[in-house]
Design a protein around this ligand. Structure first.
Ligand code: ACO
Length: 442
């Protein structure tokens, strides 16, 4: 397991001056291997009595990490130093998951062993099937996933001791292996179809497609082009540095919570429409638009500050020029639709929306470009997935990244995460008797 080395301390310092008193403090500067330098504020409160204020953490580095590097201005995404474009073209999801977790690409023997381990952990405890029947059939599959992944901690007691590296490794293999099984079961449950067991002769993505779309009464052949596209979608979603769900997993894990509970917390965070839920929202938006002619009206609505509406699939907290994953996804989208012979009018609407938005001053000024989710929904729809499953597939893939970050955090012995706040509530006041109180806010 790779261990993040301590960051390098640069000889530079930054001076903070309190204008009212002229008092100043020197703050150390830390350097990574790539990317902006950071100001070390760990001792700030002790030395100065000030906290930093950064809601949304837009200027805050919360940890050292060796896993993923993003340069949002240049549209660069690297996993352990390898470009996402190269991984999407040459690697597989399982190999990428190995790379994320262990820090290096596996050699042939290591890859075979890892594939064997994952393949032989894909079944879930048979009792898990009964767990599903506690959910309503029309429950959102993400609600089901939050529940069943958290519930794994009640089934696999032999891998929840986070102090034991062997148990940590088994838990991570179990999670990567069982996520496709649990996700396919969520789909089957919603459709009232029998659960399909994993097939060890199939690859990771092919096995998932089989468990999702096969039925026991007839043979099902996984189309290689779809298995490859599915695998590529998984690679593109495998990790993305300290995003909301990954930070959630790290924060949950920093308290010593077990790995299954931590990943369940990541799934909950990913569900939101500003994060992983965006691919579902993109498709809903395209369906609501319905025709190319309505695009100008929709663009105007997205620009209207009095309307909460946003163009789903546009904009990213980090990428301010283009999202490199979106480029690959766009290409995959055309490949899949071409192979399947699908002529989806939603794709036409999507293309036109992209074209018009990219020429619009509002979107240019704010550097709002299509993100990875803009195209993934169209591909997944063509493959036969209902929109409610889109974020589930994202969660399945992101589990590889969440686990890598969870391992990295534990190997560094990170302290429990505990942000501070700028308190703006009432100042200290006496407790009034019940009859002496005026009417309060209901
Ligand atoms: N449509 C219209 N306007 C937008 C959009 C959008 N999709 N995204 C941002 N803006 C505008 C904002 O209103 C704001 O305008 P202002 O400066 O006039 O106030 C400006 O662009 C900056 O937006 P912020 O919200 O400050 O940018 P932030 O970095 O915080 O948000 C986010 C990023 C949440 C992704 C945002 O762009 C968004 O909501 N996009 C739509 C949802 C989406 O596609 N999410 C998927 C993210 S990718 C992923 O999770 C894999």
């Amino acid at each position: 397991m790779s261990q993040a080395p301590a960051h390098a301390r640069s000889s530079q310092t930054v001076t903070l001056t309190e204008d009212a008193t002229g008092k100043s403090w020197k703050l150390k500067v830390l350097e990574g291997t790539m990317g902006p330098k950071v100001i070390d504020t760990r001792g700030l409160y002790g030395e100065t009595g000030y906290f930093t204020y950064d809601p949304g953490f837009t200027s805050t580095g919360s940890c050292d990490s060796q896993i993923t590097f993003i340069d949002g201005d240049k549209g660069i995404l690297l996993h352990r130093g390898y470009a996402i474009e190269e991984l999407a073209a040459k690697s597989s999801f399982l190999e990428t998951a190995y790379l994320l977790q262990y820090g290096e690409l596996p050699n042939r023997a290591q890859m075979e062993k890892f594939t064997h381990n994952i393949t032989h952990h894909t079944m879930v405890n048979e009792q898990m099937a009964r767990f599903y029947s506690g959910f309503r059939r029309d429950a959102h599959p993400m609600a089901v996933m939050v529940g069943v992944v958290g519930a794994l901690s009640a089934f696999y007691h032999d891998s929840i001791d986070i102090g034991d590296p062997q148990q940590r490794e088994v838990a991570s293999h179990r999670l990567i292996a069982k996520m496709p099984t649990l996700a396919a079961m969520a789909y089957k449950y919603a459709h009232g179809q029998p659960f399909m067991y994993p097939q060890n002769h199939l690859g990771y993505a092919g096995n998932f497609l089989h468990m999702t779309f096969a039925v026991p009464c007839e043979p099902y052949k996984v189309k290689p082009v779809l298995a490859r596209a599915m695998d590529r979608i998984f690679i593109l979603h495998a990790d993305h540095e300290q995003n909301a769900s990954t930070s959630t997993v790290r924060l949950a894990g920093s308290s010593g919570a077990n790995p299954f509970a931590c990943i369940a917390s990541g799934i909950a965070s990913l569900w939101g429409p500003a994060h992983g839920g965006a691919n579902e929202a993109v498709l809903q938006m395209l369906q609501e638009i319905g025709h190319k002619d309505r695009i100008p009206e929709v663009i105007e609505k997205a620009k209207d500050k009095d309307s909460p509406f946003r163009l789903m699939g546009f904009g990213h907290r980090v990428y301010k020029n283009f999202d490199p994953r979106a480029k690959i996804m766009r290409q995959t989208c055309h490949e899949v639709l071409g192979e399947l012979g699908v002529n989806d009018p939603l794709l036409e609407i999507a293309m036109e929306l992209e074209r018009i938005a990219l020429q619009d001053e509002y979107f240019i000024e704010r550097k709002l470009y299509p993100n990875v989710d803009f195209y993934s929904g169209i591909i997944l729809k063509a493959m036969g997935f209902p929109t409610s499953m889109f974020t589930v597939l994202f969660a399945l893939a992101r589990t590889a990244g969440w686990i890598a970050h969870w391992h990295e955090m534990l190997s560094e012995g990170q302290k429990i995460g505990r942000p501070r706040q700028l308190y703006t509530g009432p100042v200290t006041r006496p407790y009034p008797a019940l009859d002496a109180r005026s009417e309060s806010v209901p």
